[in-house]
Design a protein around this ligand. Structure first.
Ligand SMILES: Cc1cc2nc3c(=O)[nH]c(=O)nc-3n(C[C@H](O)[C@H](O)[C@H](O)COP(=O)(O)OP(=O)(O)OC[C@H]3O[C@@H](n4cnc5c(N)ncnc54)[C@H](O)[C@@H]3O)c2cc1C
Length: 385
């Protein structure tokens, strides 16, 4: 029987990797956790961190089990409204359609990540290391990695090192890539009206734009997916021209836009690794497993769901059975594929100049509005329940 220094090695300290550390530690595993960089604050303007993530009820519940969530840096949304540039159809979902007070929360990433880091640092059965592993050796019953001059061994490994996962590359895991060709522009805006605790999303021929509520009623974060060439122009546009464009897009939903914060951009990928468990004792979670279009804001929620399923699989002290592993494998793969395919369909829809008629022809839209069951399904999707 091989001896291992730790039960588990987690690589990557984004929100998903940190959540994996919390859950595995809760199960009583000894964990070694390796992150490339020490935590740093993200871009900040108009009193708001610009990078945001949408957190569903399920993710909130799991995180709140471990951490006092920084609700002072989150906007809750009780409604979601989707409308389009050309056309008059509007989809509206309310928290109460899902039997909830709210559909979800939009958290500023920096304070959320800092709260989870603080908790992880306080855990007795977790050793935290900054840097990168150099070599991975899978043995018959575990994993050994080289970290500087130290060899680290663990019974199993969780790769949460993001879309460009180096664990995935080192293990030569094949990845399917869906061509997207878009990038996203993110910023924050201040306006005269009130965001009404609503996640506003508009589908335009260039791509979807979301105005997401922040803790302040007159501030929304903006995530705007668009072709690269337009993104470059919009990053370079004067503040006045940029505000004018946002004003046309938001219409009268938020009132007059007074200020816009710094603009950042990030690439959009849709990718899926061949397997959520490419080798025995190696699990891929979060963006290391699949990256989805930010349109529905489900990246972090899907990753937290991976962690929840992994914790369920590993919760007993015996080795999971083949059928448990097969169920885990199938469930994670199916969930990833459905999210990617749905995002691809939506993207094709808006590229076809009109989202709603393509996704849910008008008769279907009215069917959704008049069918309690269909509406429930759409609400579940919209809020990542
Ligand atoms: C700039 C940016 C903005 C985004 N904005 C939005 C948004 O507005 N809405 C939305 O829905 N989604 C957004 N996304 C996507 C969303 O943030 C991701 O789906 C989510 O963060 C995935 O979490 P993760 O923990 O799996 O990966 P990540 O957050 O990518 O974390 C991976 C971690 O692994 C670490 N790492 C990488 N390589 C190594 C290594 N070799 N060794 C050790 N550690 C390593 C990294 O430093 C990082 O901390 C954005 C992504 C980016 C990059």
């Amino acid at each position: 029987m091989e001896d291992f220094e730790f039960d588990c090695l987690v690589v990557g300290g984004g929100i998903v990797g940190l959540t994996a550390v919390l859950e595995l530690s809760r199960l009583g595993f000894s964990v070694v956790f390796i992150e490339k960089y020490s935590p740093k604050k993200g871009p900040f303007d108009l009193n708001t961190y610009i990078r945001n993530v949408s957190i569903s009820h399920a993710s909130h519940e799991l995180l709140a089990r471990h951490v006092d969530l920084p609700l002072g840096h989150a906007g809750e949304f009780t409604s979601m409204v989707i409308w389009e540039e050309s056309g008059t159809e509007v989809l509206r979902f309310e928290g109460e359609d899902a039997g909830r007070d709210q559909l979800g929360w939009v958290f500023e990433v920096t304070p959320l990540q800092e709260a989870i880091w603080r908790k992880v640092e306080s855990l007795k059965n977790v050793e935290l290391l900054f840097g990168e592993i150099e070599a991975i050796d899978l043995t018959s019953s575990g994993v050994r990695v080289q970290f500087g001059s130290r060899e680290i061994s663990a019974r199993f490994m969780v790769a949460a090192d993001g879309a460009a996962s180096s664990v995935k590359s080192a293990l030569k895991v094949r990845t399917r890539v869906w061509s997207v060709g878009d990038a996203a522009l993110a910023t924050v805006i201040q306006f005269k009206g009130d965001h009404e605790s609503t996640a506003w999303q508009k589908f335009t021929a260039d791509g979807p734009i979301a105005f997401l509520p922040s803790k302040d009623k007159q501030i929304c974060s903006v995530v705007w997916s668009q072709p690269l060439e337009l993104l470059e122009k919009r990053l370079a546009a004067s503040e006045e021209d940029f505000i004018k464009e946002l004003q046309i897009l938001s219409g009268d939903k938020l009132g007059v836009i007074e200020k816009v914060g710094m603009r950042i951009s990030f690439p959009i990928f849709q990718r899926l690794a061949d397997s959520p468990m490419p080798m025995q004792r190696v699990f891929l979670v979060g963006d290391a497993l699949r990256a989805v279009h930010p349109l529905a804001g489900q990246g972090v929620n899907l990753g937290i769901e991976d962690v929840r399923s992994l914790a369920d699989l590993m919760k007993s002290d015996r080795q999971p059975s083949r059928s448990e592993i097969r169920n885990y494998f199938n469930a994670r793969r199916l969930k990833s594929l459905s999210a990617i395919n749905l995002m691809s369909a939506i993207r094709q829809g808006y590229r076809a100049k009109s989202f709603i008629p393509v996704m849910c022809k008008k008769s279907v839209l009215s069917a959704i509005n008049s069918s309690a069951m269909l509406k429930k399904l759409m609400v579940a999707y919209a809020s990542g329940l």
